[in-house]
Design a protein around this ligand. Structure first.
Ligand code: SF4
Ligand code: SF4
Length: 163
């Protein structure tokens, strides 16, 4: 019985040796992130003008359950207002997406940025310029589904969907 169990163990080990590994060599290799993966919330720009979409209405900061978003604003010639300072304290973010849902102009999106480790706490405070840089390449487009329905989808730079 003991020999049989051993043989069974070796058989399983041998079988696994010829399987493709389920692990990847991160950070050299990365798994595909799901389309709806929620990384750090970032600010997005208008793909046509390249300008920030945020109108500094403050709804995202109000909706945030953990007071992660801080902003100051000033008047803007075309949008009414725009943010002067816009900061996200990454360590306190719950990645809940409520800020994204609250935004009336889709100026903030959950990015696919998840590599947020830092040795200095100050590096975990993301300012407006960094958030805009991280949001570059994220945009919305209208797409027809297989059912013939037109829906708005968000595209990400590393998005595999639709490629
Ligand atoms: S994802 Fe949630 S916790 Fe993070 S900034 Fe947005 S509302 Fe706040
Ligand atoms: S990101 Fe959206 S909700 Fe937040 S202040 Fe800007 S426009 Fe308003």
């Amino acid at each position: 019985m003991f020999a049989f169990d051993r043989f069974k163990g070796f058989y399983v080990t041998l079988g696994e040796m010829f399987q493709r590994p389920t692990t990847v060599q991160y950070p050299k290799e990365e798994r595909d992130k799901g389309h709806r993966f929620r990384g750090l919330p970032v600010l997005v720009t208008d793909p046509n003008t390249g300008e920030e979409k945020c109108t500094a209405c403050g709804l995202c900061a109000t909706a945030c359950p953990n007071n992660v978003i801080f902003m100051t604003s000033e008047p803007h010639a075309t949008k009414g207002r725009h943010p002067v300072r816009y900061e996200i304290q990454a360590p306190r973010c719950l990645f809940c997406g409520l800020c994204v849902e609250a935004c009336p102009v889709k100026a903030i999106q959950m990015s696919h940025q998840f590599e947020l480790a830092a040795t200095d706490r100050n590096n975990l405070l993301y300012d407006k310029a960094t958030l805009l840089e991280l949001g570059r390449g994220i945009y919305d487009e209208i797409e027809q589904t297989s059912d013939g329905e037109w829906v708005e989808v968000t595209r990400f730079p590393d998005d595999r969907v639709g490629r």
